[in-house]
Ligand binder design. Structure first.
Ligand code: GLN
Length: 190
């Protein structure tokens, strides 16, 4: 399969490495003409949601990508990518793709706990390492959105049909469980 990785800013290279390790092809989406390539799935990496949102619009790729995401393109958003996909961000008026029925809280862990590492069950697939970096969490899932993982009573991963989000960064750990889950979603096995 071929996965497009949004590569405007943030931790995109680590997603590419993980997918290539799993035997998949990737290409980077940096400008409008990159959207001419066909892709089986899309990854929106962690980084800074406000910066990515601004660049997406300035580069003229926001509307096209939004239409594809809403039209069924399997999409996996990590951290800032989660914020870009959320229908609502409780502490930020800026809304981006608004594709997924989740309400997120941005920079939700405060300054003391800006970054931390833990392990928790993911989608019944056992414990996976979870690295959080100035992460959001999901305050609520509605409609067809379902929680897939929780840490300390907060939802940190969710799925809604063809959309997957994690508040943590699975691409920064060696464990391939979350990326494998996404690939199985695309293959309609999961
Ligand atoms: N704090 C970032 C934001 O608001 C997200 C952090 C991350 O992606 N690691 O977009």
């Amino acid at each position: 399969m071929t996965i497009g990785v949004l590569a405007l800013q943030g931790a995109f290279a680590e997603h590419e490495q993980m997918l290539e390790r799993l035997g998949e092809s990737t290409f980077e989406i940096r400008q409008r003409r990159d959207l001419e390539r066909s892709m089986d799935g899309l990854i929106i990496p962690g980084g800074e949601s406000t910066v990515q949102g601004k660049l997406l619009r300035e580069l003229g790729i926001f509307e096209e990508l939004k239409a594809r995401i809403q039209g069924g393109l399997p999409t996996f958003g990590t951290c800032a990518g989660l914020l870009l996909l959320a229908r609502r961000i409780e502490n930020d008026a800026r809304i981006h793709f608004a594709a997924m029925d989740i309400a997120a809280v941005r920079n939700a862990y405060g300054r003391q706990l800006g970054s931390f590492h833990t392990e928790a069950d993911f989608a019944g697939a056992g414990k996976v390492p979870m690295t959080f970096i100035r992460a959001p969490y999901i305050a609520s899932c509605s409609g067809a959105a379902r929680p897939l993982a929780e840490v300390d009573g907060k939802i940190v991963a969710a799925r809604e049909n063809h959309l997957l989000v994690t508040a943590f960064h699975p691409e920064l750990d060696e464990n391939p469980t979350v990326h494998t889950y996404f690939l199985n979603m695309i293959r309609k096995k999961g």
